[in-house]
Design a protein around this ligand. Structure first.
Ligand code: ARG
Length: 461
């Protein structure tokens, strides 16, 4: 018979049993479920709601079940629906009547809410750790390439000279914000719904602060209806993970471009690339492509859960059982993507001479040429037009700006002098961009230091 079988006179249809049960996927919450029960039972005993003897039996029984699950000795049953009822049924089987007292002043509604928060809190810590690992890989490459000139792009058109370090550090900043978002989400997640009961709290003299404290929460959540019906924390996490995947996907896209023959800015390590079954010459960036592809999957989880929660009346509704699979899938996906991406970055071979060659075409020193005239006194807008004319002249004559003779330059403006050639030199153009946050080596060094401090504070803290 079901734990809730009292008011029923018929067995559940076997189709309904399978349809209704969540044990296939929520068994992954066993540890959190047992931790929650241990805290709840201790509180019940301290508040005089169950006896010390019953508490001792419950405590020992739960610990045994935990150990047995960990050793693979327990098989769960779909008849017992979910992890909560499976653990409770096992407990009663093992310790007898005392097991039946565990669910006093509790409902599966506050139980599942506490389990999921505990689980996601732990996963957030793990994901932050992996993100910091990825940031370290970004930083290690950035340190090596502060003087590696490459074209910076807008509209995927060569725009202005930057260093490869500067480009990588832009992703470093994105990942730093991702860490911040996850830390922020964790903070809001860290309140305890235990004691909300089914929806309306309880008449027993429970101590919600105690269970919250025992489970490492900052305190109990404020409203019992909200406590059992809130899944904001899961949605926020999926939001944060979706943004993180968006960042990875943009980075992946660039890796894919960079290792194409058209760019050839990098070469992936053999251990992080794949071949073709038919084309012998191929070396494909499958890792980057899969990360880009899996981004859609994480967005799907976010949209799925938002849609599940949309329009649900207070408080708990069974629809909410559909929260787990998308959340688990997104967490698993992100945890797979982060280390493989870090490995790919850490092992890729950077080809500075190709970056430099690409930087040499496309007139990416045109802004610097206009700035040269401006510094000599010409209003910027006039300088802009003058250099536009020079670029046009160059395209007609197959030349670069720095290849024009002084006479040719002076045909456009008398302000040009010998020192223009240094001003047009790409290394100079990059190194002179010293404005805060710019690509000049002293600025990338500062960015590297700040980002490294951010990572180290967390890794050592
Ligand atoms: N398995 C359920 C879930 O995941 C637990 C809560 C069930 N509560 C209920 N009243 N049916 O949401």
């Amino acid at each position: 018979m079901k734990l809730w079988g009292g008011r029923f006179r018929k067995e559940t249809d076997s189709l309904v049993n399978d349809f209704n049960s969540s044990i296939q996927f929520d068994s992954r919450l066993y540890q959190e479920d047992i931790m929650g029960s241990l805290a709840h039972a201790a509180m019940l005993a301290d508040c005089g709601i169950i006896s010390r003897e019953d508490h001792a039996l419950i405590h020992a029984g739960l610990k045994d079940i935990l150990a047995d699950i960990e050793e693979g000795k327990v098989s769960f049953s779909a008849g017992n629906e979910d992890i909560h009822m499976n653990v409770e049924a096992l407990l009663t089987q093992r310790i007898g009547p005392a097991g039946k007292r565990l669910h006093t002043a509790r409902s599966r509604n506050d139980q599942v809410a506490v389990d999921l928060r505990l689980y996601l809190r732990r996963e957030i810590d793990e994901i932050i750790g992996l993100l910091l690992g990825l940031m370290s890989a970004v930083l290690a490459q950035a340190k090596l390439h502060q003087n590696t000139v490459m074209p910076g792009y807008t509209h995927l058109q060569r725009a202005q000279p930057i260093s490869f370090a500067q480009h990588l550090l832009a992703y470093g900043e994105q990942f730093k914000r991702d860490v911040g978002r996850l830390e922020d989400c964790r903070k809001r997640m860290n309140v305890c719904p235990l004691g909300c009961g089914a929806l309306a709290g309880t008449t027993y003299p429970i101590d919600r602060r105690q269970t919250a404290r025992l489970l490492g929460f900052d305190g109990p959540c404020a409203n019992s209806l909200d406590g059992v019906s809130d899944r904001d924390y899961a949605i926020e996490l999926l939001g944060g993970l979706s943004i993180l995947m968006m960042h990875l996907s943009r980075f992946a896209e660039e890796i894919i471009l960079w290792c194409s023959w058209e760019f050839k800015f990098i070469e992936l390590d053999d251990a992080y690339a794949t071949g073709s079954s038919i084309m012998p010459q191929k070396k494909n960036p499958d890792v980057a492509e899969l990360v880009r592809g899996k981004t859609g999957r994480v967005y799907g989880s976010l949209m799925g859960l938002l849609t599940t929660m949309k329009g649900l009346p207070l408080a708990y509704n069974k629809d909410m059982q559909e929260d787990k699979e998308p959340v688990f899938d997104a967490v698993d996906t992100v945890k797979m993507c982060l280390p493989v991406f870090a490995g790919m970055l850490g092992t890729m071979r950077v080809l500075p001479e190709n970056m430099r060659r690409a930087a040499g075409g496309g007139f990416i020193n045109a802004t610097d040429c206009a700035d040269y005239l401006t510094k000599k006194g010409m209003p910027f807008r006039d300088a802009y037009t003058a250099v536009g004319n020079l670029v046009y002249y160059c395209t007609q004559n197959g030349k670069l700006l720095e290849e024009l003779s002084l006479d040719e330059l002076r045909g456009i403006s008398a302000l040009f002098d010998e020192d223009v050639y240094d001003a047009l030199n790409l290394e100079t153009c990059m190194a002179q961009r010293k404005s805060a946050g710019g690509p000049a080596p002293e600025e990338t060094a500062r960015q590297i230091e700040e980002l490294s401090n951010f990572v180290e504070e967390r890794q050592n803290g």
